[in-house]
Design a protein around this ligand. Structure first.
Ligand SMILES: [Cu+2]
Length: 143
């Protein structure tokens, strides 16, 4: 009795088998894009200090007090450029009002900091004695 030859592994149908897999990748990509859109739709843009913006003489600890900052949210510092600036610093620099070392420095007057990771973040003004006068903001971003 003769056995039928087993179908070759390198059958001509090999290429056809890849096609459904490739097609399956597109809906996944679309699903991720949709998920990201939903996440960003829930993001909040905080104008630091609200209507007064980033100024000397505002208590930013109080401003941040009852706010919830989440990853994906954005902090926007609005001020007269030249008069102020924003240094994103570490906790020791925040406490001592030192601008070096810093993580990021912005000077546009409409500075945006996206909260990309959870955890605490510290921002200070680097102009003259503004930070020691209280022009500093500490927040905690949650997932
Ligand atoms: Cu300032």
């Amino acid at each position: 009795m003769r056995m039928k030859p087993a179908p070759s592994i390198n059958s001509p149908h090999e290429e056809e088998r890849d096609t459904p897999l490739m097609a399956a990748k597109l809906p996944l990509f679309v699903a991720i894009a949709l998920l990201q859109a939903i996440i960003f739709a829930g993001a909040t843009e905080f104008i630091v200090g609200d209507e007064t913006g980033w100024i000397v003489g505002k208590n930013y600890t109080k401003w941040a007090e009852n706010k919830t900052f989440k990853v994906g949210d954005k902090l926007v510092f609005q001020y007269m450029a030249v008069q102020h600036d924003v240094f994103w610093v570490g906790e020791p620099e925040f406490n001592s009002c030192k601008t070096s070392p810093y993580i990021e420095h912005q000077t546009s007057g409409n500075d945006e900091f996206l909260l990309t990771t959870p955890g605490r973040r510290w921002y200070i003004c680097g102009k003259s004695n503004h930070c020691t006068s209280g022009m500093k903001l500490a927040i905690n971003a949650i997932e």
